[in-house]
Design a protein around this ligand. Structure first.
Ligand code: B12
Length: 212
């Protein structure tokens, strides 16, 4: 019941209601992760309405503003923890052509809160840049965010370039974002995919443990 309220407030793009629900949920002891997941489900409805043309680009932008407000409230609950020796564990970025970064940033918040050192390349990242950053940082995990279907081919290009650079054995690749699924994972040649923030962090923690 309570979950539906937040999902619907976001789906209706009701900023005030969303922010006050989030504050109340925190007070009531719901975890930031549960709240993030409800927000994701809410914006998924926004996305559907956009596809059906009952919402427009301006509504997507409104959804962005609302999510930023939610993350401002939640940020203090994801305190940053210092990782060991400052070595970079994971390189993250949104693929070239794609500027969606709210989901990526949530995952980064979560990773930093458990002491994973993240090197964030931001959005619209060229395939070559991913490879350069892996070489420069020595990170053993690469996370790529991709929400736009037409950018999936570019993700495959990143995986191919990593292979060509002779790094494929040393780097575990995980992809996330609205458009990913098992089929896309297979197509791109990535090792893992994940669309839920908390599970994503668990998977990455496990990968890093395996690499110790
Ligand atoms: C907000 C939004 C925008 C905002 C983005 C703001 C920002 N700074 O990110 C703005 C207004 C800029 C935008 C623009 C566009 N958008 Co838009 N947008 C959305 C919307 C409504 C929500 C996305 C979002 O933030 N979700 C919330 C987060 C929390 O979820 P998430 O990103 O999936 O992330 C979670 C997981 O996937 C995972 N995750 C994410 N990244 C990673 C990475 C790793 C490594 C791991 C492990 C996990 C992980 O963890 C997150 C937390 O749970 C979606 C609808 C939807 N269903 O997603 C459309 C949507 C993604 N957009 C869409 C489109 C078409 C566009 C535009 C092309 C519209 C236009 N005509 O201009 C442009 C493209 C701009 C560009 N070049 O990138 C389509 C894409 C369709 C497709 N399949 O290709 C969608 C699906 C809407 C729809 N149904 O049509 N958009």
């Amino acid at each position: 019941m309570m979950k539906k309220k937040l999902i619907n407030a976001i789906a209706d793009l009701d900023e005030q209601k969303t922010l006050s629900l989030v504050k109340n949920k925190i007070k009531a002891g719901e975890t930031p992760l549960e709240i993030v997941e409800q927000c994701r489900l809410g914006v998924e409805i926004v996305g559907e309405k956009y596809k059906e043309e009952t919402y427009f680009l301006s509504d997507l932008i409104m959804a962005e503003e609302i999510l930023r407000g939610v993350m401002e409230i939640l940020a203090p609950y994801f305190p940053e923890k210092d990782g060991e020796q400052g070595e970079v564990n994971i390189v993250m970025g949104t693929i070239e052509g794609d500027i969606h970064d709210l989901g990526k940033n949530i995952v980064i918040y979560l990773m930093r809160s458990v002491g994973i050192n993240v090197y964030d390349l931001g959005v619209d990242v060229e395939p070559e840049q991913f490879v350069r950053s892996l070489t420069e940082t020595g990170a053993s995990v690469l996370g790529i965010s991709v929400l736009l279907t037409f950018c999936i081919g570019t993700v495959k290009k990143v995986v191919d370039l990593i292979q060509e650079a002779g790094l494929r054995e040393d780097v575990t690749i995980i992809i996330g974002g609205y458009s990913v699924n098992e089929e896309i994972k297979e197509y791109t040649g990535a090792d893992y995919f994940e669309t839920e923030a908390s599970k994503a962090v668990d998977v990455i923690k496990d990968i890093l443990k395996g690499k110790d």
